[in-house]
Design a protein. Structure first.
Length: 327
């Protein structure tokens, strides 16, 4: 923690204003903690130091009591918490209090008097009036450390399309602990799962924070996402595009028969309703089938003759509109 001679602007460190809400502080801390976490920056001493300072800032500003003292006393807020400020006996001036007449602590004989007055004052948020807060000579900040909130832990877990679609049980290694995780059906890339009390323990209170898992999906060779819907490309022959056809299309549940209408265009998409991705509510999105017309590279003699006859008899000109194109 910083002292009055080494004051740190915790609001600036987290990139929030002094009027930021508790939720805004929490979100800012999580965003920066993910960026500078040692697991994301292995061997980077600068990132590790930045991560320590972020934890320090979050520890102070996320607790209403410590934030109130930080806002009230500014650079002097921790003067009484340093080790040399331990009480020398009730009524005896202690370094950092009585010997600094211009300090806001000068009116107190000891750190114990200061903290009791702060917590029992009408504006204080602590114990009921008339009770006393006892400090330790070895660590006057011990009680506050024991109440420090445990930091949340961020991790990523990679799944195949099949695992994400159907749901799966996974084993995750966090430090020296193996954690069993149930991924619900329909998880998507970028979605997050919260495991309460499964994060790393606080170094002060040993209470455990929450574990937030971000889902990552391995690419699939056939399916891809377009928003909540699935998309796939299905090849068709020229005669199928002209005359229409019944074609087999793979879906997450297995192949289905789809009707290709007459005269479809290359790149046109057809919708298979309810054949897309699973949603948390239990229903399904759609599967968008993009048609790709594929010409045969080799023709039999019969096919060659038929295409020749079609070309000779056809009156359709697909490029007629290009005659009007100019700069």
């Amino acid at each position: 923690m910083s002292t009055a001679t080494d004051f740190k602007d915790y609001y600036a460190i987290l990139g929030v204003s002094k009027t930021a809400t508790a939720e805004e502080i929490k979100q800012a801390y999580r965003k920066l903690a993910r960026k500078y976490h040692p697991d994301v920056n292995p061997g980077d001493a600068t990132a590790e130091e930045k991560f320590k300072v972020l934890n320090e800032a979050n520890e102070v500003l996320s607790d209403p009591q410590t934030r109130e003292k930080y806002d009230q006393f500014g650079k002097h807020w921790k003067q009484g918490f340093a080790g040399e400020a331990a009480t020398q006996g009730r009524g005896a001036p202690t370094a950092g209090f009585g010997d600094e007449q211009d300090s806001p602590f000068g009116q107190y004989n000891s750190f114990e008097d200061f903290i009791n007055d702060l917590l029992n004052s009408p504006g204080g948020r602590g114990r009921a009036r008339g009770t006393h807060y006892r400090t330790s000579a070895s660590d006057p900040f011990a009680d506050f450390r024991s109440q420090a909130p445990a930091p949340d832990t961020e991790a990523a877990i990679a799944l195949s399309f099949s695992e994400a679609f159907h749901g799966v049980q996974k084993r995750l290694q966090l430090d020296d602990e193996t954690i069993n995780v149930r991924i619900p059906a329909g998880a998507k890339g970028g979605s997050r799962i919260r495991l309460k009390g499964k994060g790393r323990p606080s170094p002060f209170s040993q209470q455990r924070g929450d574990l937030y898992l971000t889902i990552e999906l391995f690419p699939h060779p056939f399916f891809r996402f377009a928003g909540d819907h699935l998309v796939c490309d299905v090849p068709i022959r020229p005669d199928e595009a002209v005359l229409g056809a019944q074609v087999q299309v793979p879906t997450p549940d297995g192949p289905v028969t789809m009707t290709v209408p007459k005269g479809v265009r290359c790149g046109q998409s057809l919708r298979l309703r309810g054949k897309g991705w699973k949603l948390p509510q239990g229903n399904r999105t759609d599967l968008m089938v993009k048609l790709q017309m594929v010409s045969p590279q080799e023709l039999s003699q019969i096919e060659q003759d038929c295409y020749e006859k079609i070309r000779a008899a056809s009156t359709f000109d697909p490029r007629s509109a290009l005659e009007e194109v100019t700069l």
